[in-house]
Design a protein around this ligand. Sequence first.
Ligand code: HEC
Ligand code: HEC
Length: 378
Amino acid sequence: MKKMKIWLSIFLLIIVTVGIQAASGLTPQEELGKLIYFDDDLSVPKGQSCASCHEPSAGFADPDSSRAVSQGAIPVRFGNRNSPTAAYAAYSPDFHYNMTEGMYIGGQFWDGRAANLSEQAKGPFLNPLEMNNPSKLAVIIKIRNSDYADLFEAEYGTDSLKNVETAYDQMAEAIAVFEMTEVLNNFSSKFDQNLTDGVPLTEEEQWGLELFNGKGNCSACHPSEPGPYAAEPLFTDFTYDNLGTPSNLGMLGDSPELMDYYPFYYRPIAPKFNPDRLGFVDYGLGAIVNDTNESGKMKVPTLRNVNVTPPYMHNGVFTNLTQVVDFYNTRDNVSAGWPMPEVSENVNTDELGNLGLTDMEVAAIVAFMETLTDGYVP
Ligand code: HEC
Ligand code: HEC
């Protein structure tokens, strides 16, 4: 009798597993990661998931572009950085120092402080400015009570949810595995379809691509050709640079408008999260590797889906793509009146700052970047 029950459950498990895979095209582990990624019961209070700040329709970034930074599960809390896209992050190599090149490469977050996707995925649940759970245990208890607890145990073993430490790591792994699927790495933009199926770019888009690779020098850091990490172009080399991006304070001034756009400076309710208030400076990679030669450097972001992920830069200081290209074009032109960099050490003056692009050339580069949005239908 007992044997029959075991066989029956194995049989049911196979049916469920095959069923899930057939329905979504994802393996059970990928499907598990997907369910966790979209589960908005996993925050305190409930209501926020990974997808809240990395939403498919917004290029896997925050759909709310009214602020530079994202709102936490506790609505009066905000982080200090703009939510980047989670799409294509899977291609970033593990954070490392490349001896030959003499530079840091890869990792996750603007400053590379998480080595890889599964390390990254462990952060948001416990971050008081994001999903705000008090402990790993609190997260795992919710997973034990979730609809997909069976799927978790089928993947990681019957007692897997009993051990909080390993279950937490397994949860992060499942999320990472989901982030590696074609759901987030779709390569279906007009640009891709141009490469694979010859879908034509307009004259302006084509010209924009030439400027992107040429006069604009964009491909020096956002390569438009396949590189070492993928068979398709990723539009990032996963290195770090200080572009001299202005602080929000410089751009918007010390005004109520700024308070609303970049609440991190003020945060009247919980000053412990930013004791420096208006004096807050984001040193990026420099703070992580504890080296002033890296101060102000941020990881080069992919430009895939960039048109649907405003605002821009680590601090969300720019609200549209024209402004970004204008900045690259005229940063070093005093009459352009760009504010001081957030971090004035290590600013890259070799590859940008005075490109001499005309307004039409700037517009063409923007038009080209607009071809990088996934799901293009000719
Ligand atoms: C409240 C908004 C918010 C939530 C919720 C959130 N994130 Fe993020 N995410 C961010 C921000 C902001 C950053 C950049 C932070 C930094 O660089 O310090 C980020 C960075 C990332 C990155 C790094 C991308 C890159 O190119 O470096 C990945 C991947 C990611 N998040 C995935 C997730 C996953 C998975 C979850 C759920 C477990 C999640 N995020 C929950 C806001 C959020
Ligand atoms: C020297 C390397 C380098 C060059 C050259 C470069 N970029 Fe960037 N790009 C970066 C880095 C680093 C960031 C992030 C900077 C920050 O957050 O402060 C960035 C950010 C961006 C962003 C914002 C993306 C987002 O999701 O917030 C856009 C758009 C962009 N670059 C487009 C371009 C274009 C167009 C060119 C050419 C005109 C260009 N870049 C040239 C390194 C570079």
